[in-house]
Design a protein around this ligand. Structure first.
Ligand code: PA5
Ligand code: NI
Length: 194
């Protein structure tokens, strides 16, 4: 928690070609083994992990004080690929302060933002370059890459929001995105809440 950090106005640059923030303070990488039990196709997952702990997605962030009023911003890059029929995706989370929203602006690639509320409502929005997705407070969110190139998005959310991964790790999302007949298809997650 860096809520004591002092900052001054700053700028940052997005390297569109290389999918990175050139002057990022943080670079997070998530591999297959960070997503244990999150993919439906368990056999395919185990096989892929044995072969190579594939890099699934990366996040670049600028550091700001993690306190009310400030905004965290960064880039999320989900690489292309599938585990079985299920597309590469982020872990997904609620915010710890659950009623905090988030804005995602897609810069590259093609994806789906899968969302749901604790009450069981769900929504899936398309992510395409220059299209923004507004994730309202209370909605858990996960980015899914449905293309064969990187899915790159700029995200902005309240700096004190925090991440609650626990609920999703335990229950999963109600909907998953899989390839069926060569097309991305939203289906009920057979493993939801098991
Ligand atoms: O807060 C967000 O929603 C993003 O910054 C995500 O953290 C990012 O897209 C990576 O996803 P996750 O945190 O679910 O691993
Ligand atoms: Ni978030």
């Amino acid at each position: 928690m860096n809520d004591e950090l002092t900052i001054r106005p700053f700028t940052f640059s997005i390297d569109l070609d290389n999918c990175r923030i050139t002057d990022a303070d943080n670079h997070i990488k998530r591999n297959l083994t960070d997503m244990k039990n999150q993919y439906f196709y368990q056999e395919a997952y185990d096989m892929m992990v044995r072969e190579d702990d594939t890099l699934l997605y990366e996040v670049y962030e600028k550091l700001v004080p993690e306190k009310s009023g400030e905004l965290i911003q960064g880039l999320s890059i989900v690489h292309p690929g599938k585990v079985g029929k299920e597309y590469f995706m982020t872990k997904g989370h609620f915010h710890s302060i659950i009623d905090t929203a988030e804005l995602y602006l897609c810069l590259k690639g093609k994806g789906m933002m899968v969302m749901e509320t604790p009450e069981g409502e769900w929504a899936v929005e398309e992510m395409l370059p220059n299209k923004a997705v507004y994730v309202p407070g209370k909605w858990a969110h996960r980015s899914v890459n449905i293309s064969d190139t990187d899915l790159m998005t700029l995200f902005i959310y309240p700096a004190d929001a925090g991440h609650d991964y626990g609920t999703i790790i335990e229950k999963g999302f109600r909907k998953i995105v899989v390839e069926e007949n060569d097309k991305p298809t939203i289906i009920d997650n057979p493993n939801w809440n098991l």
